[in-house]
Design a binder for this molecule. Structure first.
Ligand SMILES: CC(C)(COP(=O)(O)OP(=O)(O)OC[C@H]1O[C@@H](n2cnc3c(N)ncnc32)[C@H](O)[C@@H]1OP(=O)(O)O)[C@@H](O)C(=O)NCCC(=O)NCCS
Ligand SMILES: [Zn+2]
Length: 190
């Protein structure tokens, strides 16, 4: 078993916002977040992350100093950062997942287990053989690294509970959220 950093907090939801929840989410967002297209998926992710981080930091969700500056263009669609926490967020058709820890560096990815043969083939063509478990592992590592898919996913070497990317080593945890999902949390091991 890998050594877990102290207290990785995980919170997840099924996708879907009632109109009133949409209004609540919109009221939490920063100007930078409001400048992005407000899909339900984006709003739900930010509401989940702001609420979750607010509870951990003792802040109102609106007051959580969340930024997500893109390393390429400076736009507000990059890796989410909150001083005092390390956080990561993932959406898929079946879930929205946020993770947080008070130290270290985390990445999370969630995918539905079901899918067409075409989807499985598309994943294998990008990430290599290994199925959804390998794909969520690769994406979690790339999100922890912070460059995302600017790195070739095939450069991530994955074993069952660890991975490497260049000289960096990562531990992997596959929390059992639900039987129809596979989620992986990655964190820097050194
Ligand atoms: C990070 C990335 C792999 C996630 O893609 P995905 O698996 O389709 O989507 P997920 O739902 O699992 O993750 C999306 C979340 O990852 C986070 N994220 C975005 N960029 C990230 C990055 N570089 N590193 C870590 N996390 C990132 C965000 O929280 C985002 O959700 P949000 O925008 O609603 O807050 C992909 O967006 C990527 O490669 N981004 C970097 C390249 C890029 O787009 N550059 C923009 C140039 S202008
Ligand atoms: Zn950008």
């Amino acid at each position: 078993m890998p050594m877990l950093p102290p207290f990785i907090h995980v919170r997840w939801q099924r996708p879907g916002l009632e109109p009133a929840q949409r209004d609540t989410a919109l009221a939490m967002l920063s100007d930078a977040e409001l400048s992005r297209p407000s899909s339900d998926s984006f709003l739900q992710g930010r509401m989940l992350l702001r609420t979750f981080a607010g509870e951990l930091l003792g802040l109102d969700p609106r007051a959580v100093p969340l930024s997500a500056t893109c390393a390429d263009c400076g736009g507000p669609h990059g890796q989410p950062r909150i001083p005092g926490l390390t956080v990561s967020l993932s959406h898929c058709a079946a879930a929205v997942v946020a993770v947080a820890a008070v130290e270290g560096n985390l990445g999370v990815d969630v995918e539905p287990l079901a899918g067409s043969a075409e989807r499985a083939a598309a994943i294998a063509s990008v990430a290599g053989a290994g199925g959804i478990r390998r794909w969520t592992s690769v994406e979690a590592v790339l999100k922890c690294d912070g460059r995302g898919l600017r790195v070739d996913p095939r450069d991530v070497e994955v074993t069952s509970d660890s991975a490497t990317l260049g000289d960096a080593r990562y531990e992997l945890w596959h929390p059992a959220l639900a039987t129809d999902l596979h989620a992986t949390v990655a964190w820097r091991a050194d």
